[in-house]
Design a protein around this ligand. Structure first.
Ligand code: NAG
Ligand code: NAG
Ligand code: NAG
Ligand code: NAG
Ligand code: NAG
Ligand code: NAG
Ligand code: NAG
Ligand code: NAG
Ligand code: NAG
Length: 888
């Protein structure tokens, strides 16, 4: 009996002891791993033998980032210490956790070579060191990690060649070496990774290599990302073997040659296909992912048997097709137009011919088509108008002919239409259903007839270019009701009176070439000018106000008239204008409107309108910014939106004092900042400013943006960072203005206004062109451009030999030369600041990285800027009143 009892008791004690041992040793191992790690944020504070539940056997399973097996004896199986600001040494002691299979140290600041010791962790199948500061080459000994299934070393500073020995990692399913400094040739041995699902070698600019035939052996590969590296040569025919591929990105390399029919027909599972921005040539084979002939077949679906239907279904997943900026020619693959899931078709800047089939109506998800600058022919099909998801269609610079179908703009989300420079004829159809149309360009066709008055009902229409056609009749009076930022009707055969409010708001060149047009300010006055003019005056005071608001034209007359009628019409005016002040301003809206004229207009003002500097009766100065009121918000909603902006409190952000608005315009009142803008400074040919002041501007702007992005609730995006929106006070402290105006004017109007504001386009991140969602990274890019301006002393957009050069491209080009980095620094700054400037240059280059995810956050930017510093001393100490801060 006793014996019978003892045995189980003994066993259970032994088991318990064993568990405790295992427990304590795993806890000790974790603590020993922690001991070599620096953890400034105390993210691992729960990792402590003194933790409250330390008596419980597997208490460490509760420690931050630790996961254990589900059953006793709870072994540590995974460590996820991602994004904890950890640094120090990654110690091999972690390999004593014999069941550890997953180790994620991504998004930290480990600054060391690849920790080869971890190859002792025999049970490890996932190692993720992405986004750290890992440096040095991939050593031959990488072969030691032969059990790994997932290896992510992306977004580090790993350099040198990829060694042949990496071939030993034959179980790899995921290999991500993207976004590093790898160089040389990619070894063919990567083709031996037959289990590979995900291969990413993108953004390794020095990886100058052909794409080896053996890549075609990766039959399980689902994602192949080689974009933005230095791949050259052809796309191998062996790619036909990539049967599982769903995402292929070869964009922005140096690839040449054509794409074979077999490859195109074999990639049946593609979701996204991007070979844009290479030097690919020849025809693009029809039948992408087997879509060939789908057009005709699908018309006879009843005749098909199951197997055929299935083979068509195989290609039903393609969503994005991007082959723009190459040199493809021949007929565009027509099957593509009717794929059921296709969303994006981009083929601009090639030499494609062919037409868009009417069956495009079957592409019911289609959102975006850009095929500008090709040789497309035929008519614009009716079918296009049946696609209700289409929001952008641009097909300028082609050979489309015939009439524009009446349903062309029936998509309720359509917002950008460009058919300029084609051979379209007939009348402009009544476009009534696309209530969100913001931009319509039909320039340089052979359109005839009158401009449809119904265009004036599209309330957010902002850009209208009808120039160089054969249009006749008048400019509709109703256009006065639109908030047009651009109306170009030059070189038609229009006649009659130009609506009064349009003359005052338009450059004359947008009306020229229409000898029949008349009106005040034009070379031909209207015959019936006198009576009609009087009528205009008397009936609508609003017009006068609008023209004042537009700030151009016959201002004196209008203003004088205003004063004259002030007393009699007082009630009506206060009905038109509504003002809200967030600070006590002793001023009426009438005072404000009266104060705004050519003399007080400061600077040219961007697409978002002008800025006026007004002196209040108190002697105080204020800056007033005019925005077009698109009528997106009710008065109440407008107030709450602007209030959100006005409640920001930061030394680097210009205060909003209030606003006033009518149905046409919104005037935002900002505090006045006396020093002008950084843009004004850079524009001066004698621009000189010592580095300490430039640094002060940079860090102030960065802090302002970080505040908007992270500290202020709700988080705001600036969305229009550029040097002309950075005001400077007398001590060169920067103040950001014009922030978050999307909230005021509405998203659709904001986007297209930005898109078409050419002057600032080099501040816009490349993804602005296709991404519909605004991000912090876009602000970071624009900040990077400003930082480049500060470092180089050059304006973001430069005219060189009549060709305009984007500063980002200019700097990148120069830097590729020997000593290039030194050559881009502003020579007007003494070399004693060189080190700091090089530091800032590096940050600017990271901010302007084409890949959004590679850009640092504003918080990181501040940290890095401070690290490089400005010779460690505060700029104000260097500057005494007797010194001229503009000198170097
Ligand atoms: C983990 O923590 C929870 C509460 O936070 C507690 O209920 C549980 O007992 C702990 N487990 C271990 C193994 O310490
Ligand atoms: C670390 O702490 C700082 C402030 O102490 C905080 O701003 C930052 O977000 C923390 N970082 C992480 C990664 O938790
Ligand atoms: C990261 O740690 C450093 C100290 O090493 C600290 O100064 C910094 O605030 C931390 N930053 C973040 C973003 O956590
Ligand atoms: C590595 O970790 C980062 C951050 O958590 C994550 O985004 C990435 O997908 C991980 N890599 C892999 C291959 O899972
Ligand atoms: C790759 O596979 C081929 C055979 O397919 C073999 O000859 C070669 O040795 C392998 N390379 C490595 C490095 O394993
Ligand atoms: C592309 O290749 C050509 C020669 O084939 C070379 O002159 C050029 O520098 C390469 N461009 C890039 C960006 O690598
Ligand atoms: C129908 O299916 C058979 C095999 O099941 C195939 O041989 C035949 O070609 C198919 N018919 C058509 C019209 O494709
Ligand atoms: C049109 O495409 C050609 C290349 O096919 C390019 O050279 C040209 O600059 C493009 N034109 C415009 C206006 O973009
Ligand atoms: C357009 O007008 C021009 C000049 O009057 C004329 O030569 C041309 O034939 C017209 N074209 C069409 C298509 O009406």
């Amino acid at each position: 009996m006793a014996a019978a009892c003892t045995l189980p008791l003994f066993l259970s004690v032994a088991l318990h002891v064993f568990m405790l041992c295992s427990a304590s040793s795993e806890a000790d191992t974790l603590l020993s791993f922690k001991s070599s790690i620096e953890d400034p944020n105390h993210s691992l504070s729960t990792w402590s033998s003194k933790s409250s539940s330390s008596s419980s056997p597997a208490h460490y399973c509760n420690w931050t980032g630790v996961s254990c097996s589900a059953n006793p004896p709870f072994h540590v199986t995974a460590l996820n210490l991602q994004a904890m600001n950890l640094s120090g040494e990654i110690s091999a002691s972690v390999c004593e956790l014999r069941y550890l299979s997953y180790l994620n140290l991504a998004d930290n600041v480990f600054n060391q070579p690849i920790p080869l010791e971890l190859s002792q962790c025999t049970s490890l199948d996932t190692l993720n060191l992405s986004n750290n500061l890992i440096w040095g080459p991939i050593p031959e000994q990488i072969a030691g990690f032969s059990n790994l299934k997932v290896l992510d070393l992306s977004r580090n500073h790993i350099e040198g060649k990829i060694p042949e020995s990496i071939g030993a990692l034959k179980d790899l399913q995921v290999l991500n070496l993207g976004n590093n400094l790898l160089s040389g040739n990619v070894p063919p041995v990567l083709g031996n990774f037959t289990k590979l699902v995900d291969l990413d070698l993108s953004e390794n600019a020095y990886l100058v290599s052909e794409i080896h035939d053996d890549f075609g052996k990766l039959v399980r590969l689902e994602q192949l990302l080689l974009q933005r590296s230095g791949f050259y040569g052809g796309i191998p025919d062996s790619f036909a073997g990539l049967q599982s591929l769903s995402v292929l990105d070869l964009s922005q390399n140096n690839l040449t040659g054509g794409i074979s029919q077999t490859v195109v027909a074999s990639l049946k599972n593609l979701v996204s296909f991007d070979v844009s921005q290479n030097r690919l040539t020849g025809p693009f084979p029809d039948g992408i992912c087997g879509a060939k002939g789908l057009t005709e077949l699908s018309l006879h679906t009843n005749l098909l048997n199951g197997s055929v239907l299935e083979s068509i279904h195989e290609c039903f997943n393609l969503e994005k097709f991007q082959i723009q900026n190459n040199d493809f020619s021949g007929d565009f693959p027509s099957g593509l137009w009717s794929l059921p899931k296709i969303k994006v078709v981009r083929a601009e800047n090639n030499r494609f011919s062919g037409d868009i089939p009417d069956s495009v109506s079957k592409a019911t998800q289609l959102e975006q088509v850009q095929i500008d600058n090709n040789s497309f022919t035929g008519k614009i099909p009716q079918g296009l108008g049946l696609v209700k998801s289409l929001y952008r269609f641009s097909g300028s610079l082609n050979k489309f002919h015939g009439e524009i179908p009446p349903n062309f703009c029936d998509s309720p989300v359509m917002s950008i239409l460009n058919l300029s420079h084609n051979a379209l004829s007939g009348k402009i159809p009544e476009l009534t259903k696309c209530r969100r149309l913001v931009s319509l360009a039909l320039a340089d066709n052979s359109l005839t007839g009158e401009i449809p008055t119904s265009l004036a009902d599209l309330s957010v229409l902002t850009y209208l270019d009808l120039s160089a056609n054969n249009l006749t009749g008048p400019i509709p009076q109703q256009f006065q009701n639109l908030k047009l930022a651009l109306l170009n009707v030059s070189f038609n055969q229009l006649s009659g009176r130009v609506p009064y409010a349009l003359i005052s708001g338009l450059p004359a060149s947008f009306l020229q070439g229409n000898p029949g047009l008349c009106g005040p300010g034009l070379s031909t006055p209207c015959l019936d000018d006198q009576p009609s003019r009087r009528k205009t005056r008397i009936t609508t005071l609003t017009y006068a106000l609008v023209s004042v608001a537009l700030g151009v034209g016959v201002l004196i007359v209008a203003a004088g008239f205003f004063v004259y009628h002030k007393s009699s019409k007082q009630k009506q005016q206060t009905g038109i204008w509504r003002s809200v002040f967030f600070y006590p301003l002793r001023v009426t809206e009438q005072d404000l409107i009266m104060g705004m004229d050519e003399k007080t207009a400061a600077g040219a003002g961007g697409a978002f309108g002008r800025v006026y500097v007004l002196s209040l009766p108190s002697g105080e100065l204020i800056a007033v910014k005019r925005l077009v009121n698109f009528g997106i918000h009710s008065s109440k909603a407008l107030k709450s939106e602007i209030k959100i902006l006005a409640k920001t409190r930061h030394k680097s952000i210009a205060k909003i004092l209030g606003f006033f608005h009518s149905d046409e315009s919104i005037f935002v009142i900002y505090e006045f900042v006396p020093g002008g803008s950084l843009g004004d400074l850079l524009f001066r040919s004698d621009f000189q400013l010592q580095w300490s002041f430039r640094f002060r501007i940079a860090i102030g702007v960065a802090q302002g943006l970080a505040y908007l992005h992270k500290d202020y609730v709700p988080h705001l995006l600036h969305r229009n960072v550029k040097s002309s929106n950075i005001l400077l006070d007398a001590e060169f402290n920067p103040k950001l203005t014009d922030f978050a105006l999307d909230r005021v004017v509405g998203e659709a109007a904001f986007q297209t206004t930005l898109v078409s504001e050419l002057a600032s386009s080099c501040y816009n991140a490349p993804e602005c062109g296709y991404s519909k969602k605004a991000t912090e990274q876009m602000d970071v890019y624009s900040f990077g451009v400003v930082l480049l301006e500060l470092v180089t002393g050059r304006q973001a957009e430069q005219k060189e030999l009549a060709e305009s050069v984007d500063i980002v491209k200019w700097v990148r080009r120069k830097i590729n030369l020997t000593n290039g980095a030194l050559q881009v620094l502003d020579p007007k700054i003494s070399s004693s600041s060189q080190k700091e400037m090089l530091g800032a240059l590096e940050i600017a280059l990271r901010c302007t990285s084409v890949a959004p995810e590679k850009r640092p956050s504003m918080t990181e930017v501040i940290r890095n800027l401070q690290l490089h510093g400005s010779k460690g001393s505060s700029p104000s100490l260097e500057f005494s009143a007797s010194e001229n801060p503009m000198s170097v």
